[in-house]
Design a protein around this ligand. Structure first.
Ligand SMILES: Nc1ncnc2c1ncn2[C@@H]1O[C@H](COP(=O)(O)OP(=O)(O)OP(=O)(O)O)[C@@H](O)[C@H]1O
Length: 275
């Protein structure tokens, strides 16, 4: 009896979504900048948020990270692991976030290993008065190794290419061992080599069993492991479903408001204008 109850509780735990959103509205300056009816993300599930500029994608992510709050409802609209009022520290521990704008924060002359080790402490480099031990540096080196950039460890971060810095920022998040990695337009400003490595990195993390949540304007960024897409347009969820159905020419043309043609090869998608 006792075992059955434990099993039932374990099963409930396993089926509790990582995030659930129900009837969430974000209002700024008297205008609804995002409304989400129903959304649920399972533990370990991957999803790509795709949509035009200003659609509400970043606001959606900020709802998850609790950087923005929805209008008050009797039942809080955003739940984390079933909790209505989760601890911010729990959410921060679970999520790692990489965005192109974070690049501006690492314009300092510091070795890459210090930048990555700083991820353990939430500091830019290693804290001056912190207890930074060999174990911490070993964790940082391990994160760099897993992303195939261990040779960058002693380099001054200011001497790296944009693509290399982007991967260092992924390592900086990875060092805390988050279960979910959010990539907010990770390929913005990168050349094809940089894009290649960042997309490969997303694939590596997905293969490790972490959730990859990707925000992008381009289907080209959606790695084969991400099967679900959430399309956002005009502050609403326009569609949510399998990419095999939604990454279609008619859907993309309606989403972006111009005639577009979708291509697919080996699980990778591309988008071009139809003139
Ligand atoms: N504090 C604010 N006050 C007023 N409007 C805001 C505020 N923050 C965001 N917005 C507006 O909300 C809308 C959604 O913004 P958001 O950044 O979520 O879009 P996005 O889809 O991520 O866009 P992009 O692809 O350009 O990054 C935009 O029109 C933006 O101008």
């Amino acid at each position: 009896m006792e075992t059955n109850e434990t099993d039932a509780a374990a099963q409930r735990g396993a089926s509790t979504p990582l995030f659930q959103i129900h009837d969430a509205s974000v209002v700024r300056g008297g205008k609804t900048i995002l409304h989400v009816g129903d959304f649920s993300l399972a533990e370990g599930e991957h999803v790509a948020l795709l949509g035009p500029n200003g659609a509400g994608k970043s606001t959606f992510i900020q709802l998850l990270t609790r950087e923005v709050f929805p209008l008050w409802r009797e039942e809080p609209p955003v739940r984390f692991r079933g909790q209505e009022r989760p601890q911010l520290a729990d959410i921060k521990r679970t999520l790692g976030i990489v965005s192109s704008t974070m690049h501006d924060q690492v314009r300092v002359h510091l070795p890459v290993i210090d930048i990555v080790t700083g991820g353990l402490f939430g500091t830019l480099g290693v804290p001056l008065r912190g207890n930074v031990g060999e174990k911490d540096r070993a964790l940082a080196l391990d994160a760099l190794e897993r992303l195939g950039i261990a040779e960058l460890a002693p380099r001054d971060v200011m001497t790296l290419s944009t693509g290399q810095v982007r991967r260092v920022l992924v390592a900086r998040e990875l060092v805390r061992d988050p279960q979910v990695l959010i990539f907010d337009e990770p390929c913005t400003g990168l050349d094809p080599e940089g894009m290649y490595h960042v997309r490969k990195t997303m694939g590596t993390l997905a293969a490790e069993g972490r959730s990859v949540v990707l925000v992008t304007h381009y289907p080209e960024d959606i790695i084969p492991a991400i099967e679900r897409v959430l399309l956002i347009k005009d502050a609403e969820v326009f569609a949510d479903g399998p990419k095999s159905e939604l990454l279609a020419s008619n859907v993309m043309s309606e989403l972006f408001g111009v005639p577009l043609v979708v291509g697919e090869a080996d699980g990778w998608y591309s988008l071009r204008g139809c003139y």
